[in-house]
Design a protein around this ligand. Structure first.
Ligand SMILES: *Cc1c(COP(=O)(O)O)cnc(C)c1O
Length: 354
């Protein structure tokens, strides 16, 4: 184990930052100049280093390629008016990454490796953090099997990396979702609570089918009975019904979102009534019909809050209240943005400054 890292740094000879049009940043296409990496070999973490962003060499037999032995995280850094880099709740991603690591028989990532790697990388590539309101630097830490053995067993060698890419401000268009009652994303006893590669690939096909029918995303239901609401795409889902904030309770088929936790924390701080419990599709549909549903939205790092304007279920489309009337989620979005960009006191200690 590394107690105090000695990160070796090899800087790029030719920065690509000139290729980036900060006024028009394409999503997920341009990565910052450097990446952080470390190897896990012979039961030890080794070689923490920052190197120019470039393609990897990997064994064609790597279980990451064949069996999805890989996990990842997603978080964001913002720039405040003083030019400082503010990272939103990175400790939460660290904790969650190690929960995923355990489930996938991977070594835990030491806290020093994660934080010192993150700090050093963001410090070196700080010019890549855009500063306009709504923009940010997306941070993708990931860990994968680096074995050269094709058998199915717990892997022995791993690689941990962090890459980053700037993301532009985009108007988060309200989305239409379809309640999925045939396909399953995750089930009790499975790995739905982890950000592991194997949860995401198979979800693309059912989502594509729904997109062909005019929906943007799926609202997943429990894999056993398809009776209870779970979550949507890479967002947790939340409802304001009769003035109460209601969200599915965390089962092992639901990802424990950091945005979800932040929204719940704000709601409680504002003395709103909050319920984390199972929500039956039937209950939701009759609440919509009774006009008791005031707001429906997704919560996740990508959009923070994604308003849901329509829900399709069993061949019927249910329209939801106009986005302009949704006071709670609008206030949440404003407040989270103000905290992230350093415009509001960080009373919950969510910001990590680099
Ligand atoms: C990442 C993710 C979320 C949202 O988590 P955040 O920490 O808020 O970004 C929700 N559901 C799934 C399936 C996810 O992968």
């Amino acid at each position: 184990m590394i107690d105090s890292l000695n990160i070796s740094v090899k800087k790029t000879a030719a920065s690509r930052i000139g290729q980036l049009d900060f006024a028009n940043i394409p999503f997920g296409k341009i990565y910052a100049d450097h990446l952080f990496s470390a190897e896990y070999v012979d039961g030890e973490w080794k070689d923490p280093q920052i190197t120019p962003y470039e393609d990897l060499r990997i064994s064609p037999a790597s279980p990451a390629l064949h069996y999805g032995i890989s996990i990842f995280e997603g978080l964001k850094a913002y720039k405040n008016d003083k030019g400082e880099v503010l990272v939103f709740r990175p400790g939460k991603n660290f904790d969650r990454m190690n929960i995923s690591a355990e489930r996938m028989c991977m070594p835990l990532i030491p806290e020093s490796l994660y934080f010192e790697g993150l700090n050093a990388l963001l410090d070196l590539d700080r010019d890549w953090v855009p500063s306009a309101q709504g923009t940010s630097l997306y941070i993708r830490p990931f860990l994968f099997s680096n074995d050269d053995y094709i058998g199915i067993r717990p892997s022995q060698d791993f690689k941990f990396m962090i890459i980053t890419c700037p993301v532009g401000a985009y108007y988060a268009k309200p989305v239409k979702v379809k309640i999925e009652t045939h396909y399953t994303r995750a089930i009790e006893g499975g790995s739905g609570y982890c950000k592991t590669g194997c949860n995401y690939g198979p979800a693309i096909y059912p989502a594509k089918l729904a997109q062909e029918k005019g929906y943007d995303q799926l609202l997943w239901t429990d894999g056993k009975e398809h009776k209870y609401i779970e979550e949507s795409g890479t967002m947790n889902v939340m409802f304001v019904i009769d003035g109460k904030l209601i969200t599915p309770s965390l089962e092992d088929s639901i990802l424990n979102g950091i945005t979800r936790d932040s929204v719940l924390t704000l709601a409680k701080d504002w003395c709103m009534e909050v319920e984390e419990r199972r929500i039956e599709i039937k209950e939701l549909i009759s609440a919509i019909q009774d006009k008791k549903v005031q707001e429906v939205f997704g919560a996740g790092t990508a959009a923070t809050i994604a308003q849901i304007e329509r829900i399709g279920y069993d061949g019927v489309d249910y329209e939801l209240p106009a986005v302009e009337t949704r006071e709670f989620s609008q206030k949440v979005l404003k407040t989270l943005d103000a905290i992230k960009y350093g415009h509001m006191e960080d009373k919950f200690n969510w910001i990590h400054t680099v």
